[in-house]
Design a protein around this ligand. Structure first.
Ligand SMILES: [Zn+2]
Ligand SMILES: [Zn+2]
Length: 176
């Protein structure tokens, strides 16, 4: 099992070379996501200059996330195409970057040294694929704030009279 795969830019072909990496285990922050099965990265690396490489590839994984509303674990399939430039901080492009970025559609990943770590690319891409709002489904009803019931499987009585609705409170008063 390969745990990391660090490739110095100097070893990357200028005409492009295919790499692939399958990781069975991958350390993640479990409260954000965990991995079900394997994560696969396959990519083409091409050296553009001593301090720049181009990466184009695909990442596939199955993430286990917790729903923000009902707190149940759910599955999210990741199958994304990647395309970006990796360059080192010392790159001559660095100074021009601000101007450059506006005219270029490719993302730039800054690296400390002229070495690409494919397991680090996987880590970054997995974190990027975790949505800001994690929902098991768009219309997840969540957990009742009053009785704690998961309203997806078992709608409770209190959910029909939301406490933050002033009219519901008035109606409840009238009934007494
Ligand atoms: Zn949910
Ligand atoms: Zn309730």
């Amino acid at each position: 099992m390969v745990n990391n795969m660090k490739i110095p830019f100097s070893q990357i072909s200028t005409t492009g070379q295919q790499y692939s990496l399958d990781l069975q285990e991958f350390a993640t922050e479990k409260e954000i996501f965990s991995l079900q099965g394997m994560v696969s990265l396959s990519c083409l690396l091409q050296r553009k200059s001593a301090d720049r490489i181009f990466l184009q590839g695909r990442i596939q994984a199955t993430l286990l996330l917790y729903c923000d509303r009902c707190l149940q674990q759910y599955v999210k399939i990741v199958d994304s195409k990647l395309s970006f430039i990796c360059e080192t901080d010392g790159s001559s492009y660095h100074r021009m970057k601000e101007i450059d970025l506006t005219t270029r559609d490719l993302d730039i990943v800054q690296l400390e040294e002229a070495v690409i770590d494919l397991s680090e690319i996987i880590r970054q891409q997995l974190y990027l694929s975790v949505p800001q709002r994690r929902l098991c489904k768009e219309d997840c009803k969540g957990i009742c704030s009053i009785c704690g019931t998961d309203m997806n499987c078992n709608p409770c009585r209190c959910s029909r009279e939301p406490a933050n609705n002033p009219f519901a409170v008035l109606a409840a008063l009238k009934e007494k």
